[in-house]
Design a protein around this ligand. Sequence first.
Ligand code: ATP
Length: 644
Amino acid sequence: MITTPMGFGRGRGAAKAKPSGELFKNIDTSPGAGQSSSSNSGGFGGSGNLGGQSNGGWNGASSSGGGGGSFGGRGGSDSGCRICHEEGHFARECPQKPAGGGGGGSGCRVCGEEGHFARECPSKGEEKCFRCQQTGHRVADCTEPDNRDPNAPGPVTYVPTEDVSENALFDSTRLTAGINFKKYKNIPCKVTGPGSELVKAIDSFAQLNLGDQLQRNIARSGYKEPTPVQKWALPIICAGKDIMACAQTGSGKTAAFVLPMINIINNSGPSSSEFSSTQTPDAMVITPTRELAMQIHKETSKFAFSTMCQAQLAYGGAAVMHQRSCIRRGCNIVIGTPGRLKQFVNDGTIGLQNIKFFVLDEADRMLDMGFQSDIDFFARAPGMPDKTRRQTLLFSATFPEEVQQIAKTFLKDNYQFLTVGIVGSAQTDVSQQVLEVDGRSKTSKVKEVLDGITQQKGTKTLIFVKTKKQADFLASLLSQEDYGATSIHGDRQQREREMALKDFRTGAHPILVATSVAARGLDIAGVTHVINYDMPDEIDEYVHRIGRTGRAGNTGTSISFFDPAQNSDLARGLVKILSEAQQDVPSWLEDLASGSSAAGTGGWNSRGGRGFGGSDMRDNGWNNNNSNDAGWNMNSGPASDELW
Ligand SMILES: Nc1ncnc2c1ncn2[C@@H]1O[C@H](COP(=O)(O)OP(=O)(O)OP(=O)(O)O)[C@@H](O)[C@H]1O
């Protein structure tokens, strides 16, 4: 069994960097001590093992501490129900449970979810028997045989404690523009597509007539002037056009699509009414990960603060009922991951008939093989306006041509292709180092590198590994050696994922070991270093990973362990990315790149056109009449008030 760092961190309430390793050393990791296990990540009753091992789902429902502890805490070898001491069920299902709940769990007695009492439950009056799921009786009176699979995962009951208060939204610990922010002005931009010659960039947010409250919220967010992607994308979207926008990581793409949506929704009057069982939002934003959905939700709620526009969330791993009741309170912009969004469309919680904006953040990821069928689902879902009757907005730092081909089918023919800098290139504010490290030396090397990093004060390091197991393993190992580490990956419960991220954000754990789940979009203040312990399979993924540092004009460092035996396919792509960002290219890597066959090049031949992300595939020559070259020609005149 691999002991996850979350087990000790949460169970003891530890929140210190180095000392957490101390705690880890002292904790009793024997079965029954209540730590979580990497293989024990199912939902309620997921492991079916009640014998004192932590079951995350159970803890999730019964202890605000999460992780380990609470189940084991009720008595080591006692594997039965806490109330009647019989095996085979949990306390909350116990036939002997006194009426009125109080079983000790923090979940509601009616629906089992956290975050409210039974008297406030939206499902009150529809109480279902836990065994047969019929209303009108309780499990104690059920006459049906108990055919439930004891190993089946139970319902997700976790209700995240997202703080969207005014103070939290305009949090002073947020990421602020860094010393190189002003340099953004020099980044060349280009718009292509029919009518693009008419697009005029804005110089200030005020030029957009965004309305007083939205303007105030922008100012309170510390945005003094728009970034290049905002300068060009905002007028394009406000003019009603579809867009495919490619700009470097950390360059402000979120506000580029969120601000015009809020403005247009506020101006036209939101379509969805409060307290309706089916909400018909004006906008749907789809992201590849839950944490990114939450982040965009927070950003949207911040900009929409005190306006008519309300944003709601829909992502997996958190209680359905909770999200549904939030959505029913009013939802103009729904932000989420494909699975839960689909569920809400299918069960009628969300109707798509009023969608004006269909947004894919990390669009190249959303349109690759993994998610494409989900996106197809939404585009063809009953009621969804076809592409000529909605605006489709696609944003990413990378846009391979093959993805553009697919994207085209979702966009109007006259969509605008916006590129900021070289398409698909890395952020130049990240100093990139590539070290030749073979597989066996990685562990000692990472400690050596971390020793150097942690000598500096206030660092935060994100370490990427290939597998979920490895993430747990490395985080545990580092914790044991007094590096304050935690982990995030797809096998962790949502509560644990969010806690790991929170601990990393606050610096309680200054090292986060992650799979690629954390590669895209996450905007965490103060990430100084990214380590690629394992290289990603794709060069585009490398660009996104290292982009977790060096954001909004701040500087950062990436250190990549390149194992020639494993990663030679990436050599040419990496050399290109390093060169484009004016970074030193190690001679051994250059040799490897020039020697590697043209066929097996992850990211070289697979990317057509100019630059790795490809150019606008409608315009590989970069010189047709439908292009607005203002950005490439730095002497071109300033933007006028005229948006179109
Ligand atoms: N005009 C601005 N002025 C100051 N800060 C800004 C501005 N626009 C965005 N930011 C800040 O820059 C950071 C990065 O923005 P954002 O997360 O939108 O980047 P992104 O381009 O979407 O990155 P990624 O490609 O990694 O998803 C955020 O902290 C955001 O608040």
